[in-house]
Design a protein around this ligand. Sequence first.
Ligand SMILES: [Zn+2]
Length: 140
Amino acid sequence: MAEPAPKISKAEAKARRQAERALGAKLPKTLHCSFCGKGQHQVQKLIAGPRGVFICDECVALCNDVIAERPIPSYAGFQPLLDRSTEELLALLPSINFATEANRDFLQDLVDRLREREVSWAAIADPLGVSRQSAWERFS
Ligand SMILES: [Zn+2]
């Protein structure tokens, strides 16, 4: 059974429109935490980050525990994303695709900006661990 998509509040609809304007792209119907993979309707809050990534309140709480060096819960019940059900993986596809496309576009923008600054293809290729020719073919 696919994840239910409850009706969204006016505040959520407004936040969604703002995010879509800022990103210049339509968001997937259901968003997922980029850390744990839970859908927006499985958590209290889902916070947008740059380039199509999101973090849920539960993962923020875990991060706060790590930062504060408090003991963190056991991972005994943790299920790796790829081990989840076929339906859960299918539900996750749009969010992963959205983040991938957003990062691909940002990578191209980043290379374009470096080229505008007259950075050489060799200097761009080096940190990527690819040849100058390969960087040129991929980004020009
Ligand atoms: Zn999460």
